[in-house]
Every structure is written in C-alpha cells, then in structure tokens.
Design a protein around this ligand. Sequence first.
Ligand SMILES: Nc1ncnc2c1ncn2[C@@H]1O[C@H](COP(=O)(O)OP(=O)(O)OP(=O)(O)O)[C@@H](O)[C@H]1O
Ligand SMILES: [Mg+2]
Length: 355
Amino acid sequence: MGMFDDMLKADESLFKNPVALDYDYLPKLLPFREGEQRKIAACIKPLFQRRNGRNILIYGKSGVGKTAACKHVLKELEEQTDKITPIFINCWQKNTSYKILTQICELIGYRLTHNKKTDELLKVVVKLLNKESAVLVFDEIDKVEDYDFLYYFLESIYRKSVILVTNHKKWYNELDSRIKSRLVAEMQEFEPYDLKETAGILRQRILHGFYEGVFNEESINLITNKTYQLKDIRSGLYLLKEAANIAEENASRKVELEHVKKAIGKLDDFKIKNSEDLDEDTRKILHIIKNNSGKKIGDLFKVYQEDGGELVYKTFQRKVKKLEKGKYISVNKKTGGKDGTTSILNYDNTKLTDF
Ligand SMILES: Nc1ncnc2c1ncn2[C@@H]1O[C@H](COP(=O)(O)OP(=O)(O)OP(=O)(O)O)[C@@H](O)[C@H]1O
Ligand SMILES: [Mg+2]
C-alpha cells in the first residue's frame, strides 16, 4: 500500500453534491412536516373550486423547515395547476410595499413597472391576480416596513390564500387591527424537530451531499446531538459542511471526530455568517456588538472606526436599527449621565437559538 493511499489527492473531494448542503436547497422530500404541509394545502384547496382560500400564519424558531415547507407546497401546487399563481416573497429582502410589488410583477411577467408608483402597482397587481387565483407567501413578514400591500391584497384580491411566516408569534398580536380583522388567519406552529427527526434529516442530506463512507457513525451522532441541542437544522448543515472542509484541509478521506469537534468550535462564527440576509457592513457591525455587548452606541461606533469601518455615523445608526428590527440585537435607552440619552446595544443571539 502506497504512503498516500489514505490521503486525499489535491483534485479529490469528499463532497458528491455540495449543492445539497446549501441552506436554501429544497430536498425532494420533506419528511416530518407532512402534517404542516397538509394544513397549508387545506387552506389553499378552496381555490381549486374558484372559491376564496383561507389565510394562515406560520411561526416557529429558526431552522425548523418553515420556508422549506412553504416552498414545497408551492412547488406541488405549480405541478398540479396553472390556474393558481404561486407567489413567494422574502420580506427581509423585499421589505417595503413598493419592493414587494415590483417583485410580484417580475414573478408574474409584468414588465411595465418603470415610473409607476406604489399605488399604481398595487392596482396592476390586484387586477392581474384577480384573473385567476393566487397563493401569496410572505416569508419573514415581520421584517416589512409598511403593510399597505397586505391591507390592500386582503381587501381586493378575491380568491387567494395569504401565508405569513415569522419567527415571532407575538408579531401577530401586535398587528394593526384593520389588517388582523381582514386576515383571520389560521395558526400553524412549527415545533423544533426531536432527536430522531433531526437524525433522519441530516442523514438524508449526508446521503445526497457526500460520497459513501465519508461520515462514520460517531461523527454523525455528534453532529446530530449538537444540532438537536441547538434546535436548528441549518447549524447541522453547517457542521456537516465545515467538518468535511476541515477533513479535506487535512487531506483526510474521512471525517474524523476531531474534525467535527473543530467544526463545532466554529459554530459561533457561523451564527453570524449565517445571517445571509445581512450585508457585509451590517455583519461587521453585528460582530462588533457581539464582542462588546452592553456598550453605548457611540463607543461602538469608535470601535467600528478603529477596526477600519468606513461608514458615517448616520449609516452606522441605520444598520444598527436594522439589526434591532431583525432581533439580532436589543437596544436599551439610557437617560441621564453626561451624554443625555444614549442607546445601549446588546447582542442577542436568540435569532438562531432560543426565542
Ligand atoms: N423536514 C425537513 N427535511 C429536510 N430538510 C429540512 C427539513 N426541515 C428543514 N430542512 C432544511 O433545514 C434548513 C432550514 O430550513 P428552513 O430554511 O425551512 O428553516 P426556517 O424554519 O424557514 O428558518 P428561519 O426562521 O431561520 O427562516 C433548510 O436547508 C431546509 O432544507
Ligand atoms: Mg425561513
């Protein structure tokens, strides 16, 4: 046996299909969420008879399959009929009525959006969607800055199911009563997966993503336990990927326990990187807040500048606001003292672990 037989050659990889480990990869099957998907489907069902559908609020912690389940249902719907228009909007990316409307126009192939104001776009979209029926999913709905579109859709689209997805159930309680009374949404909680379910999901991803034998039982169990503890499938996917990367860096053909342990050590890093929706500047600011939790905003801005940050204070403040809205940090106002009123910023990693 040659000396290098056990080592990975430079052009070899442990990954059979890296895409299968992406966070937004949609597996063909979504086990353990059949009940939840059926409930969503039941809300949509009346649309098949050209009746109005029901609306539903989906809530639960991060990484429990809410987005995946909605996308799955939309995909099946698309395969079944072209009489119901499926719309999926990520409201973190599209966080105003205007952005949401232009995105819907793009999805339904309406191109004459140029120079049109929000009001005009609202009318166009409603008219087009009223030709048939529509299922409208607004993922991360709590990130939206104005709810004009929602009010108007609920009022004016005749045959629809509106599906709202959030991490925070209490968002719904605080919703404008004019919207709430029109929404009358059913509720569907997504509970975290139990240990067995977590194991099933991760094993399925290993099967798709890696060559046979890359992961041994010990490594899989450690990753499963850690993922179960964090109650977030996304951190499991991160650990699978990162452990395999570390194994590759060490030219190992197999992921060993030590690689998994190193990957677990990097998890905290991941939590910030994982906030894919945040731009690089915002992520950098979040990093600084995390390492200096409990400090005043002015002092944090100084740290940011010393760290080579180039944004002006106003922009910095705006990004801090965004982090607060996204519940990555919490802000406490402190009055008195030599600075008058100042904001104290606290890092809040509840976004990914505990709500
Ligand atoms: N039942 C499942 N089977 C297979 N993969 C799953 C399942 N549930 C979740 N996943 C995978 O876990 C990852 C996270 O799921 P998803 O994006 O749906 O979480 P989420 O509940 O929307 O989280 P967030 O609140 O952070 O948006 C995705 O890659 C998804 O494919
Ligand atoms: Mg989601």
